[in-house]
Each structure stands twice: as structure tokens, then as C-alpha cells.
Design a protein around this ligand. Structure first.
Ligand code: 0RA
Length: 654
């Protein structure tokens, strides 16, 4: 391949040497196929550049030489990453003595393996290709190194071409605390918009990642500054407890089962594992795993090892203490993991990332290390903390009982719904049509509104299910308790398609499930609870667009002898604009509970005149979130949420 080098000269005036040409070829390859190196040219790829630079500083921290990293977004669109490590070596590179090591680092691709060989460098972005990729994809990059009392600087432009060759520029500033000259590396780069589709850094993306990096690297201080906004945004992350603090952070908004967080670590042959865990009184499992600081959301060997060893260790403990009797079955993994929050962080030399999104750790050796560590260290922790250990076993035992009870109850609902019509709840006034496509189920708050709705409906296609007061908050209840609740039972059998994993959207008895509740706080509360129930237990019903909220009108007025209904103030204003001579009063309706049957018939129950809001998954998810935060019986939790969010959190008004 012919490479055009004519006219390309270094500031010193000498022509490019052979090694310079390979360098330009390498960086040119990155510019030709950026996706191969940073995944995409969109926001993900852009932020990869930041991770790539930060990871190098984190490596230096892991090697024990760096304690602080500053990430700054500059007002002119650049990004600066500064560390207080040893500084990239500036002397001649052993393999290419004509060049400074620092220049090699900034201009040569290091596919996978890190240069320098020595030391324990296991971090590195998903692609692990080094800072030269960042240089290749920048219009400009400035390198500043403090080492041996000297400040060195170099500058590159247009995708890695040397603009200023590395050279000393003066003494390094003195460290205020020690009086010693500072050491460290600062990389400032400006992403190249002619190659990247996105050059606008997103502060939140960066702070989220920096916080996780700080959690995963105990004691490392990471400061983030966004100078693009006034006032500047400044955040500092530093966690003396590392992933133990991470678990506390994740459980902060929850009610923990006990105060202590179990934490342990183990290392062998160039690989290490750190685990922190705590249970909360909830029912969800939150296990987050990382390999070399990269989130492995698809799991992999480390997670597998952890799950297996956790199940074995807790069962072994429960048997040894005779909490689990000889004739009793083992606790299942899912029982033990109910309410568990855990972080698994592993580091290894040659991580194999597999799976759809390359977010699954494939290294077999990690499985055995994690199994070994968990068996040994978690057993010790349980022995040393018998009170907590008993709480864990007790919770798992309850979960196991609930699982078995739920199975029984599900079998029952399944049997019932298989007999057409049989087992329908007594208070359901069903429609006569058996075609779900034209059938509507109105879920009405309270018996009196239920009565009016029943009078106003079209009995052929409209069914009414009154529900009494507030239903159970499913976010805070186990499935067995949920299935014992009569309101929930009525909902499940009326809809007729089962529940949770067994839910079969093809079996639903109505294609419109319409929530009819007042516009007051209680009504809003009920709507939120019902949406949470559908979101958690009948998600396909929401996803399929079968859930609606009725919006009863706010006003009525007369035009001649005809009664007109107006949905809200906007509709009222529009009406007045169209009828400037309108003389009649506007009657403010008091909500569903107060509407008589004729009003209901002419508005909410009328397919042509009513106003329905179709609920999407996002709205249901929001309801779920509001529910989990506000409806727990835990006063502390609510106070915490309201304090930390400092905004007026109210029940969802849909
Ligand atoms: C190679 C060798 C040494 C340090 C580094 C690289 C290094 C690289 C980066 C990149 C960003 N910050 C960094 N800090 C250090 C060790 C050199 C020695 O032995 O002193």
C-alpha cells in the first residue's frame, strides 16, 4: 500500500521515519473504522473516549500510585482528565529509542495488552485499546506530565499528528501538603466532530460512571467538574468502604434486614474478587457484577459462582445449626436471594467478554475463585454474625413457604379460569358478550360509584367490578399474601389470564380494562396501586395497551336543553371561545362518586363521548416507582426519599 507522506514534517523539520509511518497508518485505521475501536460514533462511543483515559488513571490508582483523579468538561467542548500518579514515563522507549515512551503511548495502538508489561494492569475499557484511540479521534490533544520535578508537555492535532513534540516546559508545581514536586498525568482532548456523530458530553453519564469507579476502587477520590454551565457543577466521589459503601448506597432507600454489610475478598494468581452484600426487607434481588470495573450486566462466571456458593453456604449453615431439619428440603437459591443486594467485583488479567452485548464474563477460572472465596469467607461471616445469619435463614424460609403457597394458589386460579365463567368474582357484574375485543371492564372505586356505573352501563359489552377501598400494595407484599387478598383475587379472575409468569395475554376477557377513580388524592392513590399491580403482575396487559384511565369531565353546562360536558379548564375555555354568547352557568362536577347514572352514561360509559387515557409502560413504571417509595410502611424510608429528593412528591396523577 502506498502511503502519502510528502510534505508531512515534524516541527523539528525532519521527515517522518519508518516508525512514524506505521503510527500514522495505525491512527488512520481508527479514524476509518471508529466503531471497531469505540463501539459506535454516537454518545456511547464519545463517552468511551473518556472511559479510556480515566481507566489509565484508575490503573495507576490500582497499582497504588494515584489517589485522585479530576475529570473536567471544559466550556469549549474539551475534556480534561488529571491524575496524581507517577506520570507516563517520558524517556526513550526501549523498543524505539528515538521516541519518548509517552509519545508512543499517545500514538500507537495497543490492541488489548498494555504497554510497559510490568505491574498489575487489569483495568481498561471494553475495547482496551488505549489513549492513542482517543488521540486518533480528537481534533486536538494536550498531554502534560509531571515527573522528577519537571513538567513535560506535548500537543497533537487532527487525529494524532504531532504538533508540539514532547519537551520540558519548566518545574512541576509543588505539592502544598508535602512540599514535594507534584507527579501525575493530565490528558486534555477535544473530540473530532468530523468523525463522531456526537461530541456533546453528558454530565450525568460521566458522574454515574465516576461514582461507580470510586465505589469499585476503595479510597480513590474522583472529582468531576462541568465548566460548561454556570454555576459550575462540582461533584466528588470517595468511598473509604469501597463496595461495602456501594451496597449501603443501594440499600439506603430501602429498609435493610440488619445494619451490617457482609464484605470479603480473595486473590490468587493474578486474579481477585471482592464481594459485599446485605439483605433488605423487600422481595427483589439486586446483584450487580463487574469485571475490571466494567459492568457485566449479562452476568457470567463470577455471578454464577456466587449464586451457587451462596445457596450452598446458607443451606450448609442452616443444616449445621439444625434450623433446617433433616427431612426438610434445601432452601432454593431464589429464596435465599429474596431482598438481597450484592456487588461482585473481580479483576483479572485477561478478561473474556462474551454474550450479546459483550457484557458476560467467560473466564472459567473466575467461577472457581468466587466459589472458593464465598464458601470460605461467607461461612466465616455467618459464624461470626449468628444474629444476622439467623435473620437471613428466617427470611429465606419464609420466602420458600411463600413460593410453595403461591404455587398452590396459582394452580387454583389456573383451574378456576379453565372452567369458562366459573369462579368469577361475586361482585363482578359481567357483560354478556364473550368477545374480548368488544368487552370492557370498568374497575370502580367503592360500592356506590359501582352502583351508578352498573345502572349506566351497556350490559352487553361493559362489565363492572367495584373494589373496596385501597387494594394491597403489591410492591410491599409477597406473592402468597397478594393472592389471599380478595380484591386482587377478584381482579385476577375477572381478567381471566392468570398472573406473573403464568399470565397469558391471549386469554384476557376484556380488551379494555378501564380504571374509574375520583380525581382526589384517594382516587389517585388507588390508580397508582392498580397500575403497580398491572405493571408487576400483568405486564403484557400494559404493554399491549389494554389498560386505560377514565377521565371524568370537570364541568357541565346547558346549550338550549342539551347538557354539554367539558373535560377540563382547557375544554371550557375552548367552548367559551366558540360560544361567546353563552349565558348558562358551568356546573363543576364533583367526581365519579357524586355523578348520577345519567351523567355517567353520557360521559365515562359512552364509547363516543368519554375521555380515556391509554396507559403505556412508562406511565405504569412511574406509578410503580411512586408506589415503592411512598407506600411502604417504613416511615424512615419515606422521610429519606422526601429529604433526598426535596421535591413535592405526590401520588401519580394520571
Ligand atoms: C507506564 C508506566 C508507568 C506509568 C504509566 C504508564 C502511566 C500511564 C498513565 C496514563 C494516564 N495516567 C497514567 N499514569 C501512569 C510507570 C512508570 C514508572 O515506573 O514510574
Amino acid at each position: 500500500m502506498a502511503i502519502k507522506v510528502d510534505g508531512v514534517t515534524t516541527p523539528q523539520g525532519s521527515s517522518y521515519s519508518e516508525s512514524d509511518i506505521t503510527i500514522l497508518e495505525g491512527l488512520e485505521a481508527v479514524r476509518k473504522r471508529p466503531g471497531m475501536y469505540i463501539g459506535s460514533t454516537g454518545p456511547t462511543g464519545l463517552h468511551h473516549l473518556v472511559w479510556e483515559v480515566v481507566d489509565n488513571s484508575v490503573d495507576e490508582a490500582m497499582a497504588g500510585y494515584c489517589s485522585r483523579i479530576d475529570v473536567t468538561l471544559l466550556a469549549d467542548g474539551g475534556c480534561r482528565v488529571k491524575d496524581d500518579g507517577r506520570g507516563i514515563p517520558v524517556g526513550p522507549h526501549p523498543k524505539n529509542p528515538k521516541m519518548s515512551t509517552a509519545e508512543i503511548v499517545l500514538t500507537t495502538l495497543h490492541a488489548g495488552g498494555k504497554f510497559g508489561g510490568k505491574g498489575y494492569q487489569v483495568s481498561g475499557g471494553l475495547h482496551g485499546v488505549g489513549i492513542s484511540v482517543v488521540n486518533a479521534l480528537s481534533t486536538r490533544l494536550i498531554l502534560e506530565i509531571d515527573r522528577d520535578g519537571q513538567r513535560w508537555e506535548a500537543e497533537f492535532e487532527k487525529g494524532g499528528k504531532v504538533k508540539r513534540k514532547i519537551a520540558p516546559t519548566g518545574p512541576s508545581p509543588l505539592n502544598r501538603a508535602t512540599g514535594e514536586p507534584r507527579t501525575g498525568t493530565t490528558v486534555t482532548f477535544w473530540p473530532d466532530g468530523s468523525i463522531l456523530d456526537e461530541t456533546d458530553f453528558r454530565a450525568q453519564t460521566i458522574t454515574e460512571r465516576m461514582q461507580i469507579m470510586a465505589f469499585l476502587n476503595k479510597g480513590l477520590e474522583i472529582r468531576f467538574t462541568d465548566e460548561r454551565v454556570t454555576p459550575e457543577l462540582k461533584t466528588t466521589f470517595k468511598y473509604a468502604g469501597g463496595i461495602v459503601d456501594f451496597v449501603k448506597h443501594l440499600n439506603a432507600a430501602k429498609e435493610s434486614l440488619f445494619r451490617k454489610v457482609a464484605g470479603f475478598e480473595e486473590a490468587e494468581e493474578g486474579q481477585e474478587v471482592e464481594i459485599a452484600m446485605q439483605w433488605n426487607t423487600g422481595f427483589h434481588e439486586s446483584i450487580f457484577s463487574f469485571a475490571n470495573g466494567i459492568s457485566t450486566i449479562e452476568g457470567g462466571m463470577h455471578e454464577e459462582g456466587f449464586r451457587t456458593a451462596l445457596t450452598n453456604t446458607v443451606n450448609r449453615y442452616a443444616r449445621a445449626r439444625n434450623i433446617l431439619k433433616e427431612k426438610e428440603d434445601n432452601l432454593q437459591g431464589e429464596d435465599i436471594r429474596e431482598g438481597l443486594t450484592a456487588i461482585i467485583s473481580v479483576r483479572l488479567r485477561d478478561p473474556q467478554f462474551e454474550g450479546q452485548t459483550k457484557a458476560k464474563l467467560g473466564n472459567q477460572s473466575m467461577r472457581s475463585l468466587v466459589v472458593k472465596a464465598t464458601n470460605k469467607k461467607l461461612s466465616e461471616w455467618l459464624e461470626e454474625n449468628p444474629k444476622e445469619a439467623n435473620q437471613i435463614v428466617a427470611k429465606a424460609t419464609q420466602a420458600a413457604r411463600a413460593r410453595m403457597a403461591a404455587q398452590g394458589a396459582r394452580d387454583l386460579t389456573r383451574r378456576k379460569s379453565s372452567l369458562d365463567g366459573a369462579g368469577l368474582p361475586g361482585k363482578l357484574s359481567d357483560c354478556s358478550s364473550r368477545d374480548p375485543r368488544e368487552s370492557e371492564l370498568f374497575i370502580v372505586e367503592g360500592n356506590s360509584a359501582g352502583g351508578s356505573a352498573k345502572d349506566a352501563r351497556d350490559p352487553r359489552t361493559q362489565a363492572i367490578l367495584p373494589i373496596r377501598g385501597k387494594i394491597l400494595n403489591v410492591e410491599r407484599a409477597r406473592i402468597d399474601k397478594m393472592l389471599k387478598n380478595t380484591e386482587i383475587q377478584a381482579l385476577i379472575s375477572a381478567i381471566g389470564a392468570g398472573l406473573a409468569d403464568d399470565f397469558d395475554v391471549d386469554k384476557i376477557r376484556y380488551h379494555k380494562v378501564i380504571l374509574l377513580a375520583d380525581a382526589d388524592v384517594d382516587g389517585s392513590h388507588i390508580r397508582t396501586l392498580l397500575l403497580t399491580f398491572f405493571f408487576r403482575q400483568m405486564k403484557p396487559l400494559v404493554e399491549g395497551g389494554f389498560v386505560y384511565v377514565a377521565q371524568p369531565p370537570l364541568y357541565s353546562t346547558l346549550v338550549g336543553k342539551e347538557k354539554i360536558y367539558l373535560k377540563d379548564d382547557l375544554a371550557k375555555a375552548a367552548f367559551l371561545a366558540e360560544h361567546p354568547d353563552h349565558k348558562h352557568d358551568f356546573n363543576r362536577l364533583k367526581g365519579l362518586g357524586e355523578m348520577d347514572f345519567a351523567e355517567l352514561r353520557d360521559t365515562t360509559m359512552s364509547p363516543s363521548l368519554r375521555s380515556l387515557l391509554q396507559i403505556n409502560v412508562e406511565q405504569a413504571a412511574l406509578a410503580d416507582e411512586v408506589c415503592s417509595i411512598l407506600m411502604g410502611d417504613d416511615v424512615e424510608l419515606r422521610r429519606h426519599f422526601i429529604q433526598t429528593n426535596a421535591k413535592d412528591v405526590r401520588f401519580l396523577d394520571i
